[in-house]
Design a protein. Structure first.
Length: 82
């Protein structure tokens, strides 16, 4: 994988702490959206994590607050990362 900045995001879940390394150079578009969501409170709305593969990925999608979900849904789908 390409080198570049790495941002560490720590989440408190019902199963304990989840540490996420965001490698911006690996997927710049996805990383930018994820970090925007983190910094703007999307995950403070009790977001469900649907699938977690240790050391690989976590899948999420629906904000716990319908108004927050509506806002992010209005942003539309992400373009594919290069």
């Amino acid at each position: 994988p390409p080198a570049g900045p790495v941002t560490l995001v720590c989440c408190n879940t019902t199963k304990g702490t989840l540490n996420i390394e965001v490698h911006e150079s690996w997927a710049p578009i996805g990383a930018e959206r994820f970090l925007h969501m983190v910094n703007n409170g999307f995950f403070s709305t009790k977001v469900g994590l649907f699938r977690a593969l240790q050391g690989f990925l976590v899948q999420f999608g629906l904000a716990g607050d319908p108004e927050v979900h509506k806002l992010y849904h209005s942003y539309g789908n992400l373009k594919d990362d290069p």
